[in-house]
Design a protein around this ligand. Structure first.
Ligand code: MRU
Length: 363
């Protein structure tokens, strides 16, 4: 399986023994790959959001841990490197999940075998993410087919849940790419996603490259759009989903879910199994990342000469609150769409998913 253009967000270069990632802080104005080798470069790439999106954060960290073990395979370093990577961002549970998968794969091995086994595990997580997203896309496509009448299907999305947030395909964008490829006319309403503008900077860039019709809308314009009858469904991703079906995703998701419910519009969340935190009984247990207020007070872009600049939006001395995520209660979610199929966002629905997982083969 390959995503629409065969492009991916992260690749392992065996010759140079480095991971290559797209520096997402430079999009949409320049497409630049950077190489990660040292533990510091991995930690920086995740915390500075050169790579972002729950699945991609986890996979990047898995490679980071493998490379840290190539330098020093001791148990002390396994623990220290894993802790350093885990501390980079607090909300997306895929980070903890991917690091645990690598630690489990190597901890009982002789130190000399650890780096090779860790790299093999990271490569497997990467491959698994691609096939999971493709499967999620097929399940989401079934829902889109069922909604499609005459004319384009109008889909609203938030933040970036495309291949830039995973390795290929994406979560919420996967069914959209599949529908487009299947000849179902789609039009995507991309909410800009203040303050970092992942919708405008990343989702719009992805859709444009894939020739999927889209329109950017301000975050505050989404409520009226949902009320107007112009939207057929909302598709979003998740950074962590609790055992009761509450969904944590990019700040602004909750308001869309409220407006969707008030207007009887289906609100689907697409997520791989790795995004479910079975230890969180509800969304109240999920840690929400607080980011620097400067992300709200200033904005970075390019000027008319193509020069990258940060400009202040707020007046001098202004203060801001910048939570990066919010919680959408399960009751507002029409279904959770995973690589295993669609499930009700409820304790019973999650239990059904859990039994299905345990009866199929684990990673
Ligand atoms: O802060 P970000 O850009 O890492 O947040 C990303 C999101 O909120 C996505 O919607 C989420 O990771 C799910 S999509 C794979």
């Amino acid at each position: 399986v390959t995503s629409p253009e065969g492009l991916c967000s992260l690749r392992w270069n065996a010759q140079s023994e480095a991971v290559e990632v797209i520096d997402q802080t430079l999009l949409p104005h320049s497409l630049r790959w950077c190489q990660l080798r040292s533990l510091e470069s991995y930690c920086h790439a995740i915390s500075a959001m050169q790579v972002r999106g729950a699945p991609l954060i986890g996979i990047t960290a898995a490679f980071g841990l493998a490379q840290a073990l190539a330098r020093d395979p001791s148990t002390e370093n396994l623990q220290a490197a894993s802790a350093a990577l885990l501390a980079t961002r607090p909300t997306a549970v895929n980070l903890r999940w991917a690091l645990a998968a690598v630690v489990t794969a190597v901890q009982d091995l002789e130190p000399a075998s650890r780096a090779g086994a860790a790299l093999a595990q990271a490569l497997q997580l990467r491959a698994r993410d691609i096939s999971n997203c493709a499967r999620m896309g097929e399940h989401g496509l079934d829902l889109l087919r069922a909604l499609h009448r005459a004319g384009p299907l109008n889909i609203m999305t938030h933040c970036n849940a495309g291949w830039l947030a995973t390795v290929e395909w994406g979560t919420a964008l996967a069914p959209i790419y599949k529908a487009h490829a299947a000849g179902i006319p789609v039009h995507v309403w991309v909410s800009e996603t203040r303050p970092r503008n992942q919708g405008m900077n990343l989702t719009a860039w992805e859709l444009q490259r894939a020739a999927v019709p889209y329109t950017i809308v301000t975050d505050s314009g989404c409520g009226q759009l949902l009320r107007s009858g112009a939207i057929d469904c909302v598709l979003v991703g998740s950074d962590r989903t609790a055992a009761n079906g509450d969904v944590c995703n990019k700040t602004g998701t909750y308001l869309k879910a409220l407006a969707a419910r008030a207007n009887d519009i289906p609100f689907y969340v697409l997520l791989p199994e790795a995004t479910i935190d079975w230890h969180c009984a509800s969304g109240d247990d999920i840690p929400i990342e607080e980011r620097d207020e400067r992300e709200v007070l200033a904005v970075t872009g390019v000027d008319t000469t193509g020069l990258r600049r940060e400009v202040m939006l707020a007046g001098s001395g202004a203060r801001a609150h910048n939570p990066a995520f919010d919680i959408t209660p399960a009751a507002l979610v029409s279904a959770l769409v995973t690589e295993h199929g669609s499930f009700e966002a409820s304790p019973a629905g999650l239990q059904r998913l859990r039994s299905q997982i345990s009866s199929s083969s684990p990673i």
